[in-house]
Design a protein around this ligand. Structure first.
Ligand SMILES: Nc1nc2c(ncn2[C@@H]2O[C@H](COP(=O)(O)OP(=O)(O)O)[C@@H](O)[C@H]2O)c(=O)[nH]1
Ligand SMILES: [Mg+2]
Length: 441
């Protein structure tokens, strides 16, 4: 399910990026592509229609921020809306001084016990007084596992290794913690039974005695399409209030989240990113969609848009857009591109480049930019201002000064000339244009 969604959405984006211009047909086409991809991912048809309708409307009507190419803006809209479908970034509204009981649900191995201990620590760090109950009577050692993992956060754990009745354990646990002034009580449960029906029945009984304020469904992020049915089964027993997706540190991309979120109407609240007790994060839907689409964080695109907007009036950009770029301008543009991270991150986060740039090419580019720095440092002021004066003997001198070959100097001059034309043609697309001229677009 995840793979088809990923492939479908990426193909839709590729089409946009490859198109000559943006028109109504292209946007309709995008809408259809996205619709198909989401439907294939078992997303509820009503949701699919609503999402694609919003994408279409926004793509047709919204004006991109200054400096952001319209195509990138449309890709950003797609990001926004798919992320919004997964829910806004939300956290349960814990109230200090009032006990919030959290019931952990999920099949064996999904990461319930680990997540209980992670949450115990995470919430303790936020200043809440946390306690835990181990009510998994099926797995030998489950209580010990919870206790050991909670040691570091000094969260006390109630359990009864001899009891075979989770409801009894929970009742006794709640009683034991009474008067301790807990803000949060985490209840870890079993995830396996001889039969799934029995497991769901047990959860129903547990929910009755625990009376949870929040039931968190723990989903193994490496599992895809089965998540929907699993989530629906648990949801039928206990109203699921939030989802935790685990194992996102492995190759998992967490596609099951979509299915689980759709099946329960609940939002993903936390993600597990490792086996250690502090490997937990609040869920961010934009980051998740970025991961799903393999494009890094959309934030990089937004940052670029903002920077372009702020710079729109500087002398340098006036020179550049007027076709009067100097070599130093050219170099500072390159530097600009690598600001706030490596060139690789920058390129990977730009819709339209992700996936189309091979690793080798990028290494190559970073190497070339370094070389160019040496070359530019070996130029005289008038050469930097008007590179046309650089003849064969000057080329030789510059090459010697920079410790590089004459062909490197020539390559820089050629790229500079190409970029100059591109910049003049379209200021807004300066970076893309530059990359393309370097043979990367
Ligand atoms: N890599 C990784 N492993 C995890 C994560 N969460 C849980 N695990 C591992 O998954 C296995 C099952 O976890 P456990 O908490 O016992 O699952 P439970 O049966 O639902 O209680 C254990 O080996 C955990 O270390 C995670 O976020 N990342
Ligand atoms: Mg467990």
């Amino acid at each position: 399910m995840l793979d088809s969604l990923k492939t479908g959405l990426r193909a839709a984006i590729k089409k946009i990026v490859a198109a000559d211009g943006v028109d109504e047909d292209l946007i309709k086409n995008l809408s259809n592509d996205v619709q198909r991809a989401l439907l294939q991912a078992d997303v509820d048809v009503k949701i699919v229609i609503a999402v694609t309708k919003r994408i279409t409307e926004r793509a047709l009507e919204e004006k991109p921020p200054p400096g952001l190419p319209r195509k990138d803006h449309i890709v950003k809209i797609l990001y926004d809306e798919v992320a919004a479908m997964l829910g806004t970034d939300s956290e349960f509204d814990f109230k200090a001084g009032k006990l919030t009981k959290i019931l952990m649900l999920g099949i064996q191995g999904s990461g319930k016990t680990t997540t209980s201990a992670k949450l115990a620590m995470y919430l303790t760090k936020q200043g809440y007084k946390v306690g835990a109950i181990g009510a998994d009577t099926h797995r030998p050692g489950a209580l010990e596992q919870l206790r050991t993992m909670c040691e570091r956060s000094h969260v006390s754990v109630y359990g009864d290794a001899k009891s075979k009745d989770p409801s009894d354990i929970i009742t006794a646990g709640i009683k034991q913690f009474e008067g301790d002034g807990l803000d949060i009580l985490l209840i870890d449960t079993a995830g396996r039974h001889k039969e799934e029906g029995e497991l769901i029945e047990e959860m129903r009984r547990i929910a009755k005695v625990a009376d949870p304020d929040l039931a968190l469904l723990v989903i193994d992020g490496t599992i895809g399409s089965q998540c929907g049915a699993q989530a629906a089964a648990f949801h039928s027993a206990v109203r699921v209030g939030g989802i935790v997706m685990t194992k996102l540190d492995s190759t998992a991309k967490g596609g099951g989240a979509l299915a689980a979120a759709t099946a329960t109407g609940a939002q993903v609240m936390y993600i597990g990113t490792g086996e250690r007790v502090d490997d937990i994060e609040r869920f961010s839907s934009t980051r998740f969609v970025g991961r799903l689409l393999g494009m890094g964080d959309i934030q990089a695109v937004l940052d670029m848009a903002k920077r372009l907007g702020e710079e729109a009036d500087t002398d340098r950009l006036k020179r550049i857009s007027g076709g009067k770029m100097t070599i130093e301008d050219f170099y500072s543009q390159l530097e600009e591109m690598s600001k706030g991270g490596s060139l690789r991150n920058m390129v990977e986060s730009m819709p339209g480049f992700a996936g189309s740039v091979k690793d080798g090419q990028l290494d190559n580019l970073e190497e070339r930019v370094t070389k160019w720095r040496y070359i530019i440092q070996s130029m005289s002021g008038d050469e930097k201002g008007a590179p046309d004066v650089i003849n064969a003997s000057r080329t030789k001198r510059i090459a010697r000064g920079s410790g590089l070959g004459e062909h490197d100097v020539k390559e820089l001059l050629k790229n500079f000339k190409n970029s100059k034309g591109v910049m003049k043609a379209s200021r807004g697309r300066q970076m893309q244009g530059m990359l393309r001229k370097m043979g990367l677009g």
